[in-house]
Design a protein around this ligand. Sequence first.
Ligand code: MN
Ligand code: MN
Length: 326
Amino acid sequence: MANSTRGDHAFTAQSLTGASSEPMYAGALSFLRRKYSRDLTGVDVAVTGLPLDTATCHRPGARFGPRAVREASALLAWDRPYGCEFDPLEQLAVVDYGDCQWDLGRPMEVPAAIEAHIAGILRGGAAPLSIGGDHFVTLPVLRALHRQHGALSLIHFDAHSDTWSHDVEAGRIDHGTMFFQAAREGIVDPARSVQIGIRTYNPESCGFQILDAPWVHRNGAAAVIQRVREAVAGRKVYVTFDVDCLDPSFAPGTGTPVCGGISTATAIEILRGIAGIDVVGMDVVEVAPAYDAAGITALAAATIAYEHLILYARRPGAAAAPGLAG
Ligand code: MN
Ligand code: MN
């Protein structure tokens, strides 16, 4: 294999597919040892960091999330995810597209900067997998995708609904209001969307179907999978995973942790079980390494992001789509 005998795969890779054999502890870091590139020729998925954390209401630090997730992903890059009957890195050409950057002194320019960054990925013919950054980053990503695909179904993993409605008229940049904004702008369709793992009060649901954390604990992953499949059937889908959906025992390193969440295992089971949905964009957000312990949260987020790649590999028309190869 072209990629098997060289180190520093992040910049020496000869191919955009295939595992990397370099030591987990060494080498230049990229997401899953994918090659860093802004050339999207032949690329299926562009992984990109969105290192914003000035929209958080409590603890900042998610600007370091992309870096931590890339580091944690080195542990996962050498082998396919357990129980996956094919190798996502053989099925998909994936690059690490680097990070979106902006002038920190001009925070009001951030939404447009992220939207343009994602639009560039879409123009190149690739699908985006974003690593946050606080959860606000999802709003400009959705705006860019909406231009290409129209109103999207949202599968939203979170302890919080993020549908607070205060002061959004002024273009509020707030990681608790962006799905109110997305619903109001018509870029997501709440009636065909699902929120999973919610365990904080918010009187405004915006019409999203909510499977709260007690419901998930009571009914299990299979019931969640069925509800999600029913809600998003026949729709273009965006999957957003706020890492605080996981219980703090599985993801302490985040800005607004809430006890009573789901486990990493349950999250993996749900994501694996919804394979075949027509996913057009995905993210993992809210990893704040300063509050992490032993890298648990970054590893969980890297694992979730790898699960997202499996969803891309199994979307309708892909080589490993259910009912086709694999
Ligand atoms: Mn959130
Ligand atoms: Mn949250």
